[in-house]
Design a protein around this ligand. Sequence first.
Ligand code: GLC
Length: 554
Amino acid sequence: MQDFKKKVIYQIYPKSFKDSNADGFGDLNGITEKLDYLYWLGVDYIWVTPFFISPQKDNGYDVADYYNIDPMFGTMKDFEQLIQSATKKQIGIMLDMVFNHTSTSHIWFQRALQGDRNYQDYYIFREGTPNCPPTNWQSKFGGSAWEYVPSLQKWYLHLFDKTQADLNWENPIVREELKNIIRFWKQKGVQGFRFDVVNLISKPAIFEDDFSGDGRKFYTDGPHVHEYIKELVRDTNIADMVTVGEMSSTSIENCIRYTNPTEKELRMCFNFHHLKVDYKNGNKWELQPVDRKALKNLFITWQTGMQENNGWNAVFWCNHDQPRVVSRFGNDKHYWKQSAKMLASAIHLMRGTPYIYQGEEIGMTNPCFTSIDQYQDIESINYYNILLENKKSKEEALHILQERSRDNSRTPMQWNEHPYAGFSTQKPWMSLTGNYTQINVEREQNDPDSILCFYKKLISLRKQEKAISHGTISFLKKEDDNVLAYIREYEHDQIVVLNNLSDTEQPIYTPLPLENYTLLLGNYNHSSFTHTRILLPYETIVFKHLKNPVLNIK
Ligand code: GLC
């Protein structure tokens, strides 16, 4: 892959992207239909979330057969067609490999249930009695991480839903099975892989209770994780492809190892620390306003820490598990356009590979569902019930879901103002967000000042400016919680990025000799930007200097 640092990746959640056959569910042909749009936008890769055979308890992250496509999404022919059409447009397809667990409907698990010991060793089974799980670990979706099988008198581990049984990576046969899956899809022409929660695959040798937490400290970045990733990458020969690991509750030291090229593990990884700055006491289900100081410090720590040790970040705000960024870190009522653009600029110009999640590029918002019946996500429904058990009222619990549910990002893509937002001609599987007549691709493609056209500019800027793709990063105004400011440098080029994270004006002193600077981007239309000493609410300004100034921004 040439010069991967210039690339931008677009994430597609196929179920909600485009329905080509009028059944209310998005599908692979829907993606093929929209390749022209993605080409116009300028993205290099599409990461498609799982479309394999699955009971869909966790929307495809519960895989029952890794080699076949769920009929809901189409056929293998459709997939081959997608690869072919994308390749013509020089867009690579990345697949999502869910290798920490399988669905309990997978044939391996079914055989284990029938008593086959070889297949029991594919999973993490422990002998036990009904009321006494092997440890007190909690599932990430709520409740115990163990499920009892009376016929076997054994418990099995599931870090997610009880229908998602954790695989036993200690077993070399399991590791071979997983490599074969990679080999199969590689042969189809796939150009990259995202590995789902891959830093959870290595469990400890001894299972013990966690008296201070939910168990994650025993299996996060576990004992053999680096070894297993290296082996998988080496034996499937994917070191030169674009690979990204989803790292849950990870550490910077581990992410350096996962991504430093000398280790031959992955190209880059996702970490989620910056997306927990509105969790009260670290609890996703307790609301608190965004802690901007923490947000800034996390960016500074991760950007500079990875840089110093030759690691590489995936930079992102959104995915199919996160609420919409403009509703969360911006202001989707009074500064919708400005804040969406500022947030885009803040991330895209950092050091790392930017990811755009479908709909983010047009400023899609949280849908603010008004009834629990509109929610479909297993985690949201489980936690709604847990919140009620913990004595929250129905209104309070619903309000928490409106802010935190993963369904916030799973509503159908808003293509145009027609019924069902041009996503389908039938009632979609999930309610739409009500504002699609205002916020949609068609409208924004025709408006040069739109959020969409701003994203397009950001993507092309990364391709033009080596300071953005390859430059170093250093942070300015470190003490100011409201302004995220940094400078990217490459040889003689300097690009300065100033972002007002707040909804109030922020004074900033920039001694800019006008003639030496070029404005690259901004989200307010004022031509005399260098005279301003005030950043407007959610303002972003990006400018470039060509010589070698002494930069002094206060
Ligand atoms: C990842 C996926 C999420 C899924 C979970 C379990 O976090 O992004 O959607 O529920 O893994 O596979």
